[in-house]
Design a protein around this ligand. Sequence first.
Ligand code: SAH
Ligand code: SF4
Ligand code: F3S
Length: 459
Amino acid sequence: MKAHLITYGCQMNEYDTHLVQSQLVSLGADIVDGVDEADFVLINTCAVRGKPVDKVRSVLGELRKLKTQRPLVVGMMGCLAQLEEGQQMARKFEVDVLLGPGSLLDIGKALESNERFWGLQFKDELHGHIPPPPAGKLQAHLTIMRGCDHHCTYCIVPTTRGPQVSRSPDDILRELDMQLAAGVQEVTLLGQNVNAYGVDGGAKLAGYPSFADLLRLVGRSGVSRVKFTTSHPMNFTEDVAAAMAETPAVCEFVHLPVQSGSDRVLRRMAREYTREQYLSHIADIRRHLPHAVLATDIIVGFPGETEEDFQDTLSLYDEVGYDSAYMFIYSPRPGTPSYKHFADLPREVKTERLQRLIVKQKEWSARRNAAHVGSIQEVLIRGDAHSEGFLEGHTRGNHPTVVSRAIGADGPGVYRVRIGHATPHMMYGRVLGEGGQELPELPRLNPEAAAMSAPLQMA
Ligand code: SAH
Ligand code: SF4
Ligand code: F3S
């Protein structure tokens, strides 16, 4: 069998794609790069906003057309597969295999079956399953929990991924050991709400560390860099900031989604914290980690959001001065409380607010990134950048970074880099040798790419 997998959505989905892909390989499948070569196409879907859902609908439409021309098995997994909306789509587009986020290990059974196979149960066995580490990669994801116990009124995730189930520290550390043995240097711990790790359905699990202690444990494993996502402010404790500060491997990067700066909106979102409480977490983080890099998620145009509420979001942005932000226009999701109970704001109001927020984000990201010009950063280089002669990677603070290919640094690895230039979205730098001197650049073939590094010479 030749299988091709397509992934939409978050890092949890990327992890799950890797998990299912490795199952397929162990069943004897070849993984191919394109739909054309494949006899099995599996789409890992996202349902968090309308856009990814529309995208899946159009891909399924194309695949159905293809099915009329040649033998092809089509599968759908992930969040959308768990929803009635996704199952209707699956029926309409003649999907053969449907696996919800809790049934991924049924992939073998699904492919053996001669009929349409739909797996929609949440099975805890998933946690004990350890996928082989990603081959030849310096970076890996590691799921520490699945599902979510919160009920933010806009969010479909608790419906698609079910209630929170933490993974045992043994399973986490076993998977980490395998990743380390395979050469992984940076691990990102994943969960919808990592700060609630070890407390499922409100009950503390015996033998499970707190999230702060899990960070300390993972930090002692020998991995060079530890990141984690996502943090819910409601469950954030000062001890997490303390654990970050005292554990050198844990990167000084915090992604703490605020969603809105207005208490009125936060209440309607059922976020369970106030603006003031959120800001006190930021103060804790800054006290323990003065150089912390801060990122957030913001939803603009939540139902009932007034201009004044939106101004509160803008002023909160200034108070925190985020390094980066993911900004979303509110997307009503069928099945969520806000969809049922609140009227959507006009499209123009939402897009106009997003534009203003993006201006704010760019100003701050430009300012924050510019402050790093001249500094030395530890950059994990993943591989080639788009432009010839350059490599791309990211810092401990998660800044996307581009460096020139240099003698002694022309492939993946962790390097010390002197930042020479920064834009709101990217930092540019030169790799340093042992003695702190810049390594000589490899000759570049592409004159356009050479022009791109011009600001470096000026800096
Ligand atoms: N568990 C994470 C995030 C899950 S979804 C957390 O709570 O932090 C990732 C982001 O998508 C959210 O932080 C939110 O900003 C955004 N999002 C979720 N539902 C949305 C919706 N209906 N419309 C627009 N954005 C949404
Ligand atoms: Fe959604 Fe809220 Fe859960 Fe995040 S914490 S997944 S936003 S319900
Ligand atoms: Fe999307 Fe599911 Fe992740 S809805 S954002 S893929 S948890």
